[in-house]
Design a binder for this molecule. Structure first.
Ligand code: NAD
Length: 379
């Protein structure tokens, strides 16, 4: 491609804007930060901690590239102070306790972080009442999973049998209440929308009890990974897919008042539903396993309730935003496998600039989107 050609990405809406990303030290937050920096935004982060060791936030040296605020979203005053100081044009709220298994051991922490934390962000935006476009990231697990075959639509019932899922359903309800009570009113200068996506994979996730990080840790130590349920089918999606949805939603919400208070699903292509076993076999090829069966073994017991297949219907995202996923299954596996393989192969030896490596994957993603004529990008 001609290097002189400058792409228009998300209508350049983020260039020169102040964007606050909560949960910026996490997996999705780090990828989102890189993309926003590449789009020309001034990024502020708000997180309680760096949730893993290693962490993408550290690997990419993001602390040096943004203004990072260390705070707990459960601290109402701290959240209000930071939002008042930053005066963000956009907020992407991702800070959360995101692990289902952890929510069984720490239900109150999960609920206060995910529900009260979200409420604190909404409240800080309300009291400040400056023009701000906020996208609140919840989860596909916010739906009452009745284990049916069909995709869940944005107007299906909220629910959640486990604490994490319930907390995400409750966060959605808080957004709805704040919208109807405050942000829908003429005097409000705040616009909000919620975004629901599911399991994402991609380079640089080290959270516990997630299949890809568990697998990469094991393979990097020469072990086979122990998996709970090899036949479980999940709709796999690369992290850049929902992020393109969040950024497109932010752009659209910024320009169109009628999207205020709306919620959107950003799910994978239906044909990307593969079993855990199939996923590991595809990933193992990027780790040069001669026998894919040597890459994993089955644990045989499931220690807590895990919901079955949950599909998202993304007709609304297509109808209102013209959003669809970009990557085919092989490319999403290649992006993920290549990133971790490069990381573990180079570990300690230096030599690879992982910020540049990550930006290169974002650029490849954008190039695929241009070829497919996605509305959010053009030359
Ligand atoms: N990764 C997925 O597959 C997935 C799927 C669906 C939804 N989500 C949602 O996306 C968001 C980001 O997920 P992730 O995978 O990047 O998670 P992560 O665990 O990698 O990051 C979580 C972030 O939240 C911050 N955080 C946690 N508790 C906090 C608190 N009390 N105060 C301030 N910050 C706090 C952490 O410091 C970190 O920055 C979450 O809202 C999660 O529920 C993720």
């Amino acid at each position: 491609m001609d290097e002189m050609v400058k792409n228009t990405v998300f209508g350049n809406v983020y260039a020169g804007k102040k964007v606050l990303v909560t949960g910026n030290t996490g997996f999705k937050g780090s990828w989102l930060t890189v993309w926003l920096l590449e789009l020309g935004a001034t990024v502020h982060g708000l997180s309680r901690d760096i949730p893993t060791q290693p962490a993408l936030f550290d690997v990419l040296d993001l602390r040096q590239r943004i203004t990072h605020h260390e705070a707990d979203v459960r601290d109402t005053d701290a959240v209000q102070r930071i939002i008042a100081d930053v005066q963000p044009d956009f907020v992407f709220h991702l800070a959360a306790q995101p692990i289902v298994s952890y929510s069984y051991d720490h239900p109150v922490e999960t609920i206060t972080t995910n529900v009260v934390g979200t409420t604190n962000v909404l409240e800080a935006l309300r009291v400040q009442n400056r023009p701000c476009t906020a996208v609140v990231i919840t989860s596909d697990k916010c739906y009452d999973n009745v284990e049916w075959l069909w995709g869940y639509r944005e107007n299906d019932a909220l629910g959640g049998k486990d604490i994490y899922s319930g907390s995400k359903g409750a966060a959605e309800l808080m957004c709805k209440s704040y919208y109807h009570s405050f942000f829908a009113k003429d005097i409000s200068r705040v616009r909000i929308a919620t975004a629901r996506a599911g399991n994402v994979i991609g380079g640089g996730d080290w959270a516990r009890d997630r299949i890809v990080p568990d697998c990469m840790r094991a393979w990097s130590e020469g072990r086979s990974v122990v998996i709970r349920n090899p036949q479980a089918t999940r709709p796999w999606q690369h992290v850049l897919e929902p992020l393109s949805g969040y950024l497109l939603l932010g752009q659209a919400l910024y320009h169109e008042a009628e999207l205020n208070g709306e919620r959107f699903n950003f799910g994978p292509k239906a044909e990307h539903s593969y079993t855990v076993r199939e996923l590991l076999e595809s990933l193992s090829r990027h780790w040069h396993f001669t026998d894919p069966a040597a890459a994993y073994r089955s644990a045989g017991n499931i220690p807590f309730h895990e919901a079955g297949l949950l599909k998202l219907n993304c007709d609304k995202a297509f109808a209102c935003l013209r959003w669809t996923p970009v990557l085919d299954y092989d490319t999403l596996i290649a992006f993920t496998g290549e990133w971790y393989y490069a990381y573990y192969r180079s570990h300690g030896a230096g030599g690879i600039d992982f910020y540049a490596f990550t930006v290169a994957q974002i650029n490849r993603y954008e190039q695929s989107a241009i070829k497919q004529k996605h509305v959010w990008i053009h030359e």
